[in-house]
Design a binder for this molecule. Structure first.
Ligand code: 13P
Length: 333
């Protein structure tokens, strides 16, 4: 048994309470490799933003969960080396799919876990979430649960259609499970293809797809039912069109990739939404930067010469999200 407290990590409790009260959101960035982690920590240290490092099932299969945990431990020391005296870093399991997965992460030093039982019938979602909460809370590990279904594909989590969270269920769910935060479905979606062409309108000036707006009415209903309770948005990449265009111009093929407009995420951050999940945007930044190097310097074969620029591009993206979208800069001085 390893306690996250011995690794210098923190859970989400205090961080979320401050974010809800302060009208900003904490970035939850997924990581799979060293360059991504370096970029996240550099951006967080430079802006003094609390940060959540997320590990998905795909990341655990790709990189190994023990290795990722040691990388997160290293990240705390790295952050201090960069001059961030009091780093506020959470190591979070993204989309835990069973009690056993959540337990093994708690035992391994994660400070926060998500149990995603949203595809189960309501009562089964409650029972499984409560079981995880009862275990995790013994070790002061915080638990995120999910109610409602997001569309889209993310690693091994996928659903064809979304179902908005029902505001009439949230009080019962939060009370009976004891979860610390709740991921809700209000129209965000996983991946780089969040909406079909048919779901969007077309901006006549630019010809770009315009996605349907988020269901702020549902969010506000939920806030009214659970005042001050931490709300989480998954599937919140904006799919920057500059990256999509660059990737496509340099031989890639990402037709109709479209995300959540940043103004809407900015608005959500001011509400009880206190954690915003971003993964796809970092993948796009990395891919665009690597394609750029391969295009400009076809003779390049030193991975540091293309992963380095990819790291710089991801750092730029993370800083932009922290400062201009979520407003979490300076909140972990
Ligand atoms: P995106 O695919 O929109 O980046 O969402 C990531 C996410 O929700 C991780 O859980």
């Amino acid at each position: 048994m390893v306690s996250y407290k011995d690794l210098g990590l923190v859970n989400t409790r205090e961080m979320f309470a401050k974010a809800v009260a302060g009208g900003y959101a904490i970035p939850a960035f997924n990581f799979n490799n060293m360059e991504q982690l370096q970029a996240i920590i550099q951006a967080s240290a430079e802006t003094k933003s609390p940060v959540i490092l997320q590990v998905s099932k795909g990341a655990r299969n790709y990189a190994n969960k023990t290795l990722l945990r040691y990388m997160a431990q290293g990240a705390v020391e790295y952050a201090k080396e960069l001059g961030w005296e009091n780093p506020q870093i959470v190591l979070h399991l993204d989309h835990g799919d069973s009690f056993e997965t959540c337990k093994s992460c708690v035992d391994l030093g994660f400070s926060s876990v998500m149990i995603d039982a949203s595809s189960l019938p309501y009562e089964e979602n409650i029972a499984l979430t409560k079981k995880v909460v009862d275990y995790a809370h013994q070790f002061d590990v915080t638990v995120e649960a999910e109610l409602g279904v997001l569309a889209g594909v993310e690693d091994e989590v996928s659903a064809a259609e979304s179902h908005y969270t029902k505001p009439e269920e949230v009080i019962d769910f939060a009370t009976r499970t004891g979860c610390d935060s709740l991921a809700i479905s209000i129209g965000t979606s996983h991946g780089a293809y969040k909406f079909t062409r048919e779901q969007c309108t077309v901006d006549p000036k630019t010809g770009r797809l315009v996605p349907p707006p988020l269901a702020f009415d549902v969010l506000h209903e939920i806030e009214k039912k659970l005042p001050g309770f931490p709300i989480v948005l998954h599937g919140s990449s904006s799919v920057p069109q500059e990256y999509v265009d660059e990737i496509n111009a340099l031989g890639g093929k990402l037709p109709d990739a479209v995300g959540i407009p940043e103004e809407q995420l900015r608005e959500a951050s001011k509400s009880a939404v206190c954690k915003i999940n971003i993964d796809s945007d970092s993948r796009l930044a990395m891919t665009a930067a690597i394609r750029r190097v391969f295009h400009d310097k076809p003779g390049e074969f030193d991975p540091r010469k293309y992963l380095g620029p990819a790291r710089d591009e991801m750092k730029k993206l993370y800083m932009h999200k922290i400062i201009n979208v979520l407003g979490s800069d300076g909140k972990a001085e």
